[in-house]
Design a protein around this ligand. Structure first.
Ligand code: PEP
Ligand code: MN
Length: 274
């Protein structure tokens, strides 16, 4: 890593791992952060069902896209502000924290007041204007790795946020584009121990988008925990077959519950808890 470029994100800049507190819950310590919820907010009933189930499993972070950046312009684009309001209401009802994506700088003011963590999506990882504004906001942020970005570019994107005043960055590995077609992306888990060598920032994994295939999510989440991830973000929908986006990769609440149980042994083996 070239010195002078990572003034704030590097281990040299700060030796102790960064722990970020959101609504009283810490991310980056020995308790793994679990973020779950549907790809997109579709209705109050959908969110209520999923949040009720997740909160009963002890999940503290509820995700859901309200403003959806889709590859296809004709695909469901999210409910927008209405979706954001549903997400907030439901999260408050179950005492959960909200995680939602900010795809466009123009929506920052409205989103910032209704979310607990801002998510910067893979498609926006190098949107420097967005990174700067989110940096000025001080709001905790999940920064997803761009599907075409190197780890160096990923850390430089985080440096944008920190250098604009916001130290509350959680990195998220979500896979990159390769020649492999069997999975949606190639989930490059080496990023996790690599980032741990280079930076003090917490890093989580998103195996849902990284793989796009339900059957691979549990083994790869286990692998991510084994190599030091600080948590994971997984898509869960009350009725995945009917989901308006990413239906193939979303778990039902009961599938997710089963997986959480199966993760306990590996978490314990590396000194973590769920
Ligand atoms: C998401 O998490 O909702 C999402 C769109 O993921 P990504 O930006 O990683 O594609
Ligand atoms: Mn999705």
């Amino acid at each position: 890593m070239n010195s002078g470029r990572y003034n704030l994100v590097s281990k040299e800049a700060k030796k102790k791992p960064t722990i970020i507190t959101v609504n009283g819950v810490k991310i980056g310590n020995s308790k793994l952060a679990i973020i779950a919820g549907p790809c997109a907010v579709e209705s109050y009933e959908q969110m209520d069902k999923v949040a009720k189930a997740l909160s009963s499993m002890g999940v503290k972070f509820l995700r859901g896209g309200a403003f959806k950046p889709r590859t296809n312009p004709y695909a469901f684009q999210g409910l927008g502000l209405e979706g954001l309001n549903i997400l907030r209401r439901v999260a408050d009802k179950y005492k959960m924290a909200v995680v939602t994506e900010i795809p466009d700088l123009r929506d920052l003011d409205v989103i910032i007041n209704k979310t607990d963590i801002l998510q910067i999506g893979a498609r926006n990882m190098q949107n420097s204007q967005l990174l700067k504004e989110v940096g000025r906001s001080k709001k905790p942020v999940i920064l997803k790795r761009g599907m075409n970005s190197t780890v160096e570019e990923f850390l430089l994107a985080a440096e944008y946020i920190l250098s604009n005043g916001n130290p509350n960055v959680i990195l998220c590995e979500r896979g990159i584009r390769t020649f492999e077609k069997e999975t949606r992306n190639t989930l490059t888990l080496a990023t996790i121990p690599l980032v741990k060598e280079l930076s003090h920032l917490p890093i989580i994994v998103d195996p849902s988008h990284g793989l796009g295939k339900k059957s691979l999510i549990e083994p790869m989440t286990k692998a991510a925990i084994a190599c030091g991830a600080d948590g994971f973000m997984i898509e869960v929908h009350p009725n995945p077959e009917k989901a308006l986006s990413d239906s193939k990769q979303q778990f039902t609440p009961s599938e997710f519950k089963k997986m959480l149980k199966n993760l306990k042994t590996i978490a314990k083996a590396v000194g973590k808890t769920l």
